[in-house]
Design a protein around this ligand. Sequence first.
Ligand code: C6P
Length: 410
Amino acid sequence: MQTTTPLDIAKIREDFPILARPYKDRRLVYLDSAVSGLMPRAVNERIAYYQAFEHTNVHRGVSQLSQEATDRFEEAREKVRSFLNAPSNKQIIWTRGTTESINLVAQTYGRQHVHAGDEILLSAMEHHSNLVPWQLLAEERGAKLRVIPMNDAGELLLDNLEELITERTRILGVTQVSNVLGTINPVKEIIARAHAKGVPVLVDGAQAVPHMVVDVQDLDADFYVFSGHKLMGPTGIGVLYGKKEHLDAMPPWQGGGSMILSVSWEKTTFIGPPGKFEAGTPPIAQAIGLGAAIDYVRSLGLDLIAAHGHELLDYATARVRQIPGLRVIGEAKEKASVLSFVLEGVHPHDVGTILDYEGIVVRAGHHCAQPVMKRLNIPATTRASFACFNDRDDVDALVEGILKVKEIFG
Ligand code: C6P
């Protein structure tokens, strides 16, 4: 059954070859886009074309081939710049993913600014990627992590934010969308309030970019990070956006080729951003693939994708709520299309495994957010996440699958 949003879901589904493959002798019901988006044919084809006809190294050669590869690579950077509405493509740094982007900031900006007794403020719903790098830094520096708490619905408690931001706070890290709860955090407001106290903010956009239009200038984010594979691009590519004044002042992270002005045994000098942070041969095909993914989502329209996701989330939430013994985890007023739940008497891993027998791919576990599990006093959840190619049939299959799980577990 189609949704009522203007996206032509049947046509969109044809863009994803994987949806046509048999899975457990059934129609593949992919409800795990929050772990990794499926790649549309256009992205696969763009990568294959690059590999077959355009590939060599970038920023190194005098050949036309090398210039062409460099042009395609830099065009992809420009697509990311425009996607985030960053002021300059010099502020777009390629990384391997969200995790690497955050580690880069922690180990450069963080090491420059965080010293003994300082504080790093994070939200209670951070993915391990926006927690562990800061914890490593805090341990190294003798600094302390502080936490913005959340309520049982999975909403950040921001009333006392100004008290949590002290004169020792050196950076605030917050996810725009929680990968477990689906909560959309008011990052623009958080950034304004942090800035009022002179504290820069890193926004983890890993789960936001597939669901909403992001404008880093409007947000006034100091750093914004995301992964290509969550946006229907390939794995192995991610993005770090940073404000110019931060990137200019930060030291390089890794050393090597392509990031230097001059090297001697005595001293090395470096080029400016983004090259300063891109030592070695970059993930060229992956960057070009991410550019193609951005073209794809923009051709559908991010606002239409968001509206479709909301409609499916509302439909799915209403349907699963009718299942006795099922509890939705994450009931924030503002949510992206992520639906976590627990089923009384059945471990989420068992739920996920049985759903998989039925051809329904979901994620089960702590979702790399153990502090969230601890806060909500649950070991894990089962999580369904929706994308532009999902329809109500997928949700209905999920509901039938859950009923089957209940049948098996009595
Ligand atoms: N979340 C999920 O199933 P990487 O692995 O670097 O591409 O992304 C890490 C990451 C960072 N922040 C958020 C909010 C995320 O959701 C993720 C990845 C996946 O929820 C895998 S654990």
